[in-house]
Design a protein around this ligand. Structure first.
Ligand code: 13P
Ligand code: SF4
Length: 310
């Protein structure tokens, strides 16, 4: 790429030329968030993907999110700036193993967290996101037996909140499992007025310390509405960009990871860059496709989620 190129202007131009929309998750780098047409959490992004009338969706997020957009809008071209933008949580649940697991519980309904492959969604009855997981479980009869996967931390949180006994798949997100309970305790001592806010993909001992638990949109809304001026944030660091934009007078401190070499960046989300976004829009590649038979099966559980969350 010519280093003198104004990527923001070029992307705007290409977007019009190709009738494209840019959807970005809160974990994307700030430049991508700033050029996006819509920024949101997993639920907001799938709702947006379902209703857009653009011909091309550039999904600045990870592979499973682009797949979900393709399932909801199969006639559209869905582009992902870096095709290797995967997800450790989705990887922790290979569909062939989950299929065997599911067979052990034939009378159970399967709820899968949207952070999984399209193939896994095709094996599910209802999909959920971190925003609506509790609501979706509560929408089912009390005696309904449920398998919840792939995130064991979100599953345990939902089980606790709803008082239901869920059969959990043992998967997790590498970013949300790095937070150190001990370091958070020390940080809270140094910032006694700070609110500690956490994503439900974090482990239970970390969640127990939280003043508020919610999806990325939930955390952002809480930070805006709460009168506190300091927040310790236990989720991927990308969300802090929106928090700082919305609340320039408040301070947001990333929750400390247990290893001082680590950071709270998702290595998959951060594979996307403004340069790669420009190139994918220009070249129409890499494109994310989903086989027809998977689209057919995976669409129902996603639609069921959207209907319950509407
Ligand atoms: P939400 O977008 O639902 O907050 O989920 C966070 C996440 O891990 C996305 O990869
Ligand atoms: Fe996957 Fe975790 Fe990255 Fe989200 S933050 S994309 S769940 S690895």
């Amino acid at each position: 790429i010519d280093p003198t190129l104004d990527l923001f202007a070029e992307i705007e131009k290409l977007k019009k030329e190709k009738n494209a929309i840019i959807l970005a998750h809160y974990y994307q780098e700030p430049d991508i968030q700033d050029i996006a047409d819509y920024i949101g959490d997993s639920l907001g992004l799938s709702q947006e993907a379902a209703k857009t009338d653009a011909e091309v969706i550039v999904f600045a997020g990870v592979h499973f999110m682009a797949e979900t957009a393709k399932i909801l809008s199969p006639a559209k071209k869905v582009l992902l700036p870096d095709v290797k933008a995967g997800c450790s949580l989705a990887d922790s649940c290979p569909p062939h193993l989950f299929k065997k697991f599911k067979e052990k519980y034939p009378d159970h309904l399967v709820i899968t967290y949207v952070n999984c492959t399209a193939e896994l969604k095709a094996l599910s009855d209802i999909v959920c996101t971190s925003t609506n997981a509790v609501q979706i479980v509560e929408s089912l009869p009390k005696d309904q037996k449920i398998i919840f996967g792939p995130d064991r931390n979100l599953g345990a949180y939902v089980a606790k909140k709803t008082g239901r006994d869920l059969v959990l798949w043992n998967g997790a997100c590498m970013v949300h499992e790095i937070f150190s309970q001990e370091k958070i305790t020390k940080l809270k001592e140094r910032h006694p007025n700070a609110k500690f806010i956490a994503h439900p993909e974090c482990e239970e001992p970390v969640l127990r310390m939280a003043d508020y638990i919610g999806s990325t949109t939930g955390l952002l809304k809480y930070a805006i509405a709460n009168p506190a001026t300091e927040f310790i944030v236990a989720t991927e660091s990308g969300i802090i960009h929106q928090m700082e934009k919305a609340c320039p007078d408040k301070t947001f401190i990333p929750a400390p990871p247990n290893n001082s070499c680590a950071c709270n960046d998702c290595p998959y989300m951060k594979r996307n860059t403004l340069e790669k976004l420009y190139l994918c829009l220009k070249n129409g590649y890499p494109e994310v496709t989903v086989p027809e038979h998977i689209i057919e099966k995976a669409r129902k559980p996603i639609q069921r989620m959207l209907d319950i969350s509407a």
